[in-house]
Design a protein around this ligand. Structure first.
Ligand code: XMP
Length: 513
C-alpha cells in the first residue's frame, strides 16, 4: 500500500490513480490525520502531496508529530512533492523561504549528484519537468543532499539516503519501482475476491440486504458484487417513475434479469410520481418531490420484505465511490468543499430516517474507471458500463417547467433516442461524457408540408468532461447536426425546431434545470 497524505493539491487524486494504474494499491488520507490512522494502514511508502499553502503561514497543515520518527524506524520511504518537500525540510530543521523568483510550468532541471532518484549516468544532464512553487528550500536538514537544481539555481530534488526521505519540487516518474522497490501486483480480480470475503464476513447467514438500482453503473456493479457474495439474500428494487428515457425500463430490467441474474422487483410508480409533479415548475421543488416519493417506495419495499421474510432487512447497498469518500474530509485550504455538488445531487432518493439500515459500500475505495473494470470482470455488459450518467430526477430536469404538460415527456423521449442513436452510429458515444435532449416550454412558428406550424423547440446538449464538475460543449460536424435535426423534425410529431446548446460549464450547468 502506498499512502498519499493530502495537503490540498489539485493532483492528489491523480497521484492516487496513477499509482493504481501501475498495479500498486494506493490510498489517500487527509495530511493532518492522526499518527495512529497512518500507522494502522501500514504503508510501504508515504507520499506527501503538494498544496496551496506556505509553511510560513500560521496553521498551515502538517503531518502529525512522530510521523517521521515512525517512518525512519520502520524504514518507510517518504517522498515530499512541492509543498510536501518544503514541509519535510522545515519539520526536520532546514530552512524554507519565499523564493526570489517563482517557478511555474515546464522547466529544465539540472541533475547535480548521483542518488537513488537519479542514477550516476544522469548526473550533469538536464531533465524537463513540471514545476510549481513560490517558496524554496535554502538550507537542507542534516543528512540531506541536493540532487538537482532548477535553471535559477533553486533546489529541485533532495535526498537523505540513510532515512530514505526524498523531496521533489515537481511530479516524479518511476519513484515507486526504481527508488522504493515496490512490486506491482494489485489486481481487480483480487479486489473482487477480497470484497466478497468482507461482505460475507459482515452479513450474517440469516440476514438480508436491500438495494435500490437506478440503472446506473455504480449501483449495478455494487449490487452485482453483493449478489455474488450472498446470492438471493440480496433484494433489489428498480422504480419506473415515468421520468425514464426511451424504453429504459425494458432495457435496464433485461440487463438486470437476463445478463446479471439479479433478484430485482420493478415498481411501476408512473402515476404516483406524475400526479405529485403536476403543475410544478420549480426545479428544486421537483427534485424534492421526486426524492420524497422514492423514499416512500423504498420504505414500502422494505416493509413488504419484512412481512415476507419475517425479519427486517439489515443492510442497504450503496454505490459510494472513493472520490466521495475523499471529498467528505478535504484538507483545509484545498478549495474543495465537504458537500460535493455532484454528490448531493446523487442523494436523490435519500434514505428513510427510521429504517435503521447498516450500509454496505463495496465500491468505496474505487474510482469510476476501476468500478467499470470490476463490472467488466463480473460480466456486466460493456454497453451498460459505458452508459452516460443520468440524473436521479431523470427527465424531470430535462423538461423545463411542468413535466406533465401535454405530451412533453413522450416527445422528449423520442428526440433523445434519435440524438443518442445518431451519436452511437457516428462512433462518438464514448468520447462524449454526456449527451441528451431538452424539451423547452416554448413554441415557435415553422412550415412543414406547406402548412404553418406552431410547435415545440428542443435543444441538444453534448459535453466532454472529466468528472462533471466542469465541462466543455462538444463540437459536432455540421453534417452530423444537419442529419440529426432532419431526423428529429421528420420523425417526431410536434417538433419543428432543433437548437444546440453551446455553453460550457461554468457558466452553465450540464443539465438545464
Ligand atoms: P450539473 O447540471 O450540476 O450536472 O452540471 C453535473 C452532473 O450531475 C448530474 N446531475 C444530477 N444527478 N441528481 C443526480 O443524480 C440530480 O439532481 C442531478 N442534477 C445533475 C448531471 O447529469 C451531470 O452528470
Amino acid at each position: 500500500l502506498v499512502l498519499i497524505l493530502d495537503f490540498g493539491s489539485q493532483y492528489t487524486h491523480l497521484i492516487t490513480r496513477r499509482i493504481r494504474s501501475l498495479s500498486v494499491f494506493s490510498l489517500c488520507l487527509n495530511g493532518t490525520s492522526s499518527l495512529q490512522s497512518i500507522t494502522d494502514l501500514n504503508p510501504a511508502v508515504v507520499i506527501l502531496s503538494g498544496g496551496p499553502h506556505s509553511v510560513h503561514t500560521p496553521d498551515s497543515p502538517s503531518f502529525p508529530d512522530g510521523f517521521l520518527q515512525w517512518a525512519q524506524s520502520n524504514a518507510v520511504p517518504v517522498l515530499g512533492i512541492c509543498y510536501g518537500l518544503q514541509l519535510l525540510v522545515s519539520r526536520l530543521g532546514g530552512e524554507v523561504r519565499v523564493g526570489n523568483t517563482q517557478e511555474y510550468g515546464r522547466m529544465e532541471i539540472h541533475v547535480e549528484n548521483p542518488s537513488a532518484l537519479y542514477p550516476a549516468e544522469k548526473v550533469g544532464h538536464n531533465q524537463v519537468v513540471w514545476m510549481s512553487h513560490g517558496d524554496e528550500a535554502v538550507t537542507l536538514p542534516d543528512g540531506f543532499n541536493v540532487v538537482a537544481r532548477s535553471q535559477q539555481g533553486a533546489v529541485a530534488a533532495i535526498e537523505n539516503p540513510s532515512t530514505k526521505f526524498y523531496g521533489l519540487q515537481y511530479h516524479p516518474e518511476h519513484f515507486l519501482f526504481d527508488v522504493c522497490g515496490v512490486a506491482a501486483g494489485w489486481k481487480m480480480e483480487d479486489v473482487m475476491e477480497e470484497e466478497i470475503k468482507v461482505i460475507n464476513n459482515t452479513v450474517g447467514p440469516d440476514e438480508h440486504v436491500i438495494c435500490a438500482l437506478s440503472g446506473g453503473v455504480d449501483s449495478t456493479v455494487a449490487a452485482t458484487i453483493v449478489h455474488k457474495a450472498i446470492g438471493d439474500r440480496l433484494h433489489c428494487v428498480f422504480v419506473d417513475n415515468g421520468l425514464l428515457r426511451y424504453k429504459e425500463r425494458e432495457r435496464v430490467m433485461e440487463t438486470f434479469e437476463k445478463d446479471l441474474h439479479l433478484p430485482v422487483v420493478c415498481v411501476d410508480a408512473v402515476d404516483q410520481f406524475l400526479t405529485k409533479l403536476k403543475g410544478v415548475t420549480d426545479p428544486e421543488i421537483k427534485r424534492k418531490i421526486i426524492g420524497k416519493e422514492f423514499i416512500c417506495i423504498f420504505d414500502a419495499f422494505a416493509q413488504d420484505l419484512e412481512k415476507k421474510l419475517g425479519s427486517r432487512p439489515a443492510y442497504l447497498v450503496q454505490g459510494t465511490l472513493y472520490p466521495d469518500v475523499i471529498e467528505s474530509c478535504p484538507p483545509p485550504g484545498s478549495g474543495r468543499t465537504h458537500s460535493h455538488t455532484i454528490k448531493s445531487h446523487h442523494n436523490v432518493g435519500g434514505l428513510p430516517k427510521d429504517m435503521k439500515l447498516k450500509l454496505i459500500e463495496p465500491l468505496k475505495l474505487l474510482f469510476k474507471d476501476e468500478v467499470r473494470q470490476l463490472g467488466r470482470i463480473m460480466d456486466v455488459p460493456e454497453g451498460f458500463l459505458k452508459r452516460h450518467p443520468f440524473p436521479g430526477p431523470g427527465l424531470a430536469v430535462r423538461v423545463l417547467g411542468d413535466v406533465t404538460e401535454g405530451n412533453a415527456l413522450d416527445v422528449l423521449r423520442q428526440v433523445d433516442e434519435i440524438f443518442i442513436q445518431s451519436i452511437k452510429d457516428a462512433g462518438l458515444y464514448d468520447v462524449i461524457w454526456q449527451a441528451f435532449a431538452v424539451f423547452l416550454p416554448v413554441r415557435s412558428v415553422g412550415v412543414q408540408g406547406d402548412q404553418r406550424t406552431h410547435s415545440h423547440v428542443v435543444a441538444l446538449r453534448a459535453v466532454t468532461s472529466q468528472d462533471g464538475m466542469t465541462a466543455d460543449w462538444y463540437y459536432f460536424e455540421h453534417k452530423f447536426l444537419d442529419d440529426v435535426s432532419r431526423k428529429i423534425c421528420n420523425g417526431v410529431r410536434g417538433v419543428n425546431r432543433v437548437v444546440q446548446d453551446i455553453t460550457s460549464k461554468p457558466p452553465s450547468t450540464i443539465e438545464w434545470e
